[in-house]
Design a protein around this ligand. Sequence first.
Ligand code: PLP
Length: 475
Amino acid sequence: MKYLSTRTAANDSSQRKRFCEILLEGLAPDGGLYLPEFYPQVDDARLSQWRGLSYADLAFEILSLYIDDIPAQDLRALCRKTYTSEVFGTDQIVPLRQLESGLFLQALSNGPTLAFKDMAMQLLGNLFEYELTRRGEVLNILGATSGDTGSAAEYAMRGKKGIRVFMTSPYGRMSPFQQAQMFSLQDANIHNLAVKGVFDDCQDLVKAVSNDLDFKRRYKIGTVNSINWARLVAQVVYYFAGYFQATSANTQKVSFAVPSGNFGNICAGHVARMMGLPIDQLVLATNENDVLDEFFRTGVYRVRAPKDTYETSSPSMDISKASNFERFVFDLLGRDGLRVKSLFGEQLGKTGRFDLSADAAFAQAASKYGFLSGKSSHAERLKTIRETYERHGQMVDTHTADGIKVARQYLRGGVPMIVLETALPIKFAATIVQALGQEPTRPEKFVGIEDLPKRVKVIEADLETVKRYIAAHCD
Ligand SMILES: *Cc1c(COP(=O)(O)O)cnc(C)c1O
């Protein structure tokens, strides 16, 4: 399997790369995102073979279709080391629960940081360690986080050979639980930098360090952002696992409802559907930051300015543009890389928007690719959390609530609708208290984490300070 950039011409095969070549990379050199040359097809016989597999072995089967430069026995060992009941809490790894007739919740949030990002990030940690060891190289991951991504990265990379993590976060602005999760890590290779500023200051610092090419090369700086293909393909696995739990025969279809921000999670659903998994609809749910809902309703993709991006009670979906969306548009436009380049590389930069409403391809987003969308407000979020608790005794987090709210708009008789649970309520306790008048339940292993000793360095929002810190901690 080779990978191409979403911005290359169809007849240009000169830049194609293999999996391990793109594993540690972010964007392609032309600014596009990597996708496989084709989607391997999974037929009825294959689905039947996979039905009874453990999650780890299912992951191995799916990843094998996309990775041919890691020996099979090594890849299988990496999957088995990653997807264990010790790390994810149950043997099913992603258990399905019924809420009401036809509506299910798939738990993706029982990993170390209680958000679905662990599903991919835990594998990424093991893949990175494997590949860096094989090359005899080291990598220093520099990132900015306002919560979920940073902690998932730290828990995935802690104690890994050849890897250090330098994670910036806005000082005093994460929830006490999130701060405790990150700052209580005592591993020598994890460095928390609490920056006196806001999230954008952290992001600017990361960009500035990465733009200093000498420094970047000298200190082997890399990232783990949501556009990484390995993260995406790891997420494809739980769509298959959810499908197998909700059905008993391959003639049945299911739909998925996905709380969405950067379009990473639902893009994996799109890949699963393109591979032939019998998915009826892919229902995209946004919060008040409705960039993607607007696109699927109108055909207009309009990125928001920072001042038009709201701080909501489902903060992991507070995005101004959706970094993975280009992958879907590439497929939607018949893989016309030059057109994608003109839309994302030129038009978006100049005007902040593009309009596909008059394009015949746009109608296919729903008819051919199964996409539907909707949004949820703070009031609707509270109402959904309350109703779900009253009717089913089930506490859901704010992001998952957005998914449930929109899923209900699109229920179809006879087709199970699976809502992906993207975090546990404990991570967003304040809103749960507002909705239910009580604290969310806390998993045993997190009792008292706020009282653990913290390992964090508070710094000014200053480029030289960050560079000096990194230099001093890379020997
Ligand atoms: C990251 C995240 C999302 C959004 O996922 P995308 O892949 O960016 O669409 C939704 N909910 C939670 C809890 C998250 O952490």
